[in-house]
Ligand binder design. Structure first.
Ligand SMILES: [Zn+2]
Length: 330
């Protein structure tokens, strides 16, 4: 893919910076043509909006100086950020893990680094990357889910992000799957995120500990709740632990119901999945696929392929680096 429509001579290749901003880390890369020329990662200082902005700015500055040294100046910066984003205004309306509320990220970052800045939701960025460069290459309608601490989603139609009226379409994690189910971070109950995310899996073990269920997994949680995570459950499942397997299979069933609903609503030809939870996905896969088949209307089910994303942790950063190209062409 060329950096811009019609620019395909080597001297016309320009560099873009893509940054993925999460509650614990900021990861950035410098993309020049089709190659990644530099990477940078730092932990997020979440003390205030100023510290977050400073951290992002310093990642941009450092990557930019590498680009200058390589003789290919940076044309623009894309930022994928965990939260509700007004993409048209470049404003972070709200974020569950970052101290940003109605924060004018595009304007402030652009002023700080002197470059055009494009901002979008991190799951939208990951979806774009998988559609253009990853497992979804060639799909005309792609649904992407990021399965991590929370659950994010994005839809890419003919290479463009579907954003809805205010930029927060495809909040797939907040699709209600179980009425009166567990409380979600959004305040609602029974959301997909409250049933099938990393936090949901952690909370299920916490619940078992409160019901005094006896299992090695629960004992480990009781010994060190802070050190425990969904990955610990995955490790137990790998060793054949029945409690861990049943927790992951339940999460898989809920995830399959969520994906089945999306298949019915969006009629995608491809669903891609990525995120930290994928390391345990082999324990969930059978339940996911059987629920998708059960829920999806046959005409949509026949059409869709469900695949693991191929870009791993790079998806968010690569998608962010693509935002300037995609958004300008629109
Ligand atoms: Zn929710």
């Amino acid at each position: 893919m060329t950096a811009r429509g019609g620019r395909d001579k080597p001297e016309d290749i320009v560099a873009f910076i893509g940054i993925d901003v999460g509650g614990t880390k900021i990861a950035g890369l410098l993309r020049n043509g089709d190659s990644i020329e530099a990477r940078l990662r730092t932990s997020t200082n979440t003390r205030s909006s100023d510290t977050v902005l400073q951290d992002i700015s310093s990642v941009v500055r450092e990557l930019r100086s590498k680009a200058d040294a390589n003789g290919s100046p940076v044309e623009a910066v894309g930022v994928g950020i965990a939260g509700f984003i007004d993409q048209a205004e470049g404003v972070v309306t709200d974020s569950p893990n970052l101290p940003l509320k109605d924060f004018h990220l595009r304007e402030l970052l652009s002023r700080a680094c002197g470059l055009p800045v494009f901002v979008d939701n991190d799951a939208n960025a990951a979806a774009l990357a998988e559609a253009v460069l990853g497992a979804g290459k060639g799909a005309c309608c792609l649904v992407h889910l990021t399965l991590g601490t929370g659950i994010g989603g994005g839809v890419i139609l003919d290479g463009r992000i579907f954003r809805g009226s205010s930029g927060s379409a495809m909040e797939a994690g907040h699709m209600v799957i179980q009425e009166n189910g567990p409380l979600c971070t959004c305040g609602s109950r029974g959301c997909l995120e409250a049933l099938a995310s990393g936090v949901a899996i952690y909370n299920r073990v916490k619940e078992l500990s409160m019901s005094e269920v006896e299992a090695p997994l629960v004992d480990e949680y009781m010994r060190d709740p802070q050190g425990f995570s969904a990955e610990t459950v995955g490790r137990y499942a790998d060793a054949g632990d029945a409690t861990a397997l049943s927790i992951l299979e339940d999460a898989g069933r809920y995830l399959g119901i969520g994906i089945g609903n999306l298949v019915n609503l969006v009629n995608p030809d491809m669903v891609t999945l990525s995120g930290g939870l994928m390391s345990s996905f082999h324990h969930m896969e059978e339940k996911v696929m059987s629920a998708v088949e059960e829920i999806s209307i046959p005409v949509n089910y026949r059409r869709v392929r469900i695949r693991k994303g191929t870009l791993g942790e790079d998806a968010g950063q690569l998608g962010a680096a693509l935002l300037p190209t995609v958004d300008r062409e629109g």
